[in-house]
Design a binder for this molecule. Structure first.
Ligand SMILES: [Zn+2]
Length: 278
């Protein structure tokens, strides 16, 4: 085989590995970008607004839950608490319920009270919280055996210890989402750390154009975009109800270009590819 043919084969192989590693093939052979819509903190506006909008668009998403209201209003007994009902139904409809610890401890410098600041935590305490939240999630959604995880405030350090390694070794969770910004598109699937998958923390007042621009970056790069969303139409870091609805309409309209799926399903797909390429 001469040098030119070898070089051509090498280039074709290199192209295959770099550009088509983790993408979904369209019927015409071109690729789809992967879009994960993830929502944090089990907020009430996610139950009242996000899930109905997703369901009417026929899209599935991931919800990272910490402690939810597990009892009905104090003067009422004998009723299922709204949050319990809401999240149970969300899981039945195919949305992913995932782990965000129990008490959502964050660094004190972000405004957390000392009593719930991560600086006061031990590894044992965070491990217990993650295990407990797994139990709660299993009660809300018995159908799912393995959980994804998101670090509260995108912080994976306690003292000097990166606890992502520990929760992976103990098999408490299967994949974990970390933080990032509006440039955090994932393109190097082969070397992606499945315990620190980057995401864009969507800030208050983010516009439809900005939400679309992130998806388009993923499309252009042949990669994956993970959105980290909080409130919709109210609550923390909220975007408007209309913006959220219009963004879902955009994704729906361009479904030949985007594969919109849950975080775990996307990661199962990527890790299967990782194993096949070893
Ligand atoms: Zn959170």
């Amino acid at each position: 085989m001469n040098y030119k043919i070898c070089l051509t084969i090498a280039l074709v192989v290199a192209h295959f590995f770099s550009s088509s590693f983790a993408q979904i093939k369209k019927a015409d052979g071109s690729n789809k970008a992967i879009i994960c819509l993830t929502y944090d903190d089990g907020l009430e506006t996610q139950l009242s607004t996000v899930i109905p909008q997703l369901d009417s668009a026929g899209l599935k998403a991931t919800f990272f839950l910490n402690s939810i209201q597990g009892s009905a209003k104090s003067d009422v007994i004998g009723q299922t608490p709204e949050a319990v009902l809401g999240w149970t139904n969300a899981a039945k409809k195919g949305h992913e319920l995932a782990n965000h610890t129990l008490f959502h401890a964050c660094p004190e410098k972000l405004g957390w009270d000392k009593s719930i600041a991560i600086e006061t935590y031990t590894i044992d305490k965070i491990v217990t919280e993650i295990k407990t939240e797994n139990t709660i999630l299993a009660l809300l959604d018995p159908s799912r055996k393995e959980r994804s995880f998101a670090y509260p405030c995108n912080n994976f350090v306690i003292g000097d210890t990166d606890y992502s390694v520990i929760i992976k070794e103990q098999r408490l969770v299967k994949y974990a989402r970390a933080g990032g910004d509006s440039n955090s598109i994932i393109t190097d699937f082969k070397n992606l750390n499945i315990m620190k998958v980057p995401s864009w923390h969507v800030w208050t007042g983010t516009t439809l154009q900005e939400l679309i621009a992130f998806a388009e970056k993923a499309k252009k790069a042949g990669g994956m975009a993970v959105y980290q969303i909080h409130g919709v139409g109210g609550q923390v870091f909220h975007i408007s109800i209309e913006t959220h609805k219009a963004f879902l309409d955009y994704l729906k309209k361009h479904q030949d270009e985007y594969w919109v799926t849950t975080f775990s399903e996307a990661m199962d797909f990527i890790t299967t590819k990782q194993q096949n390429k070893k």
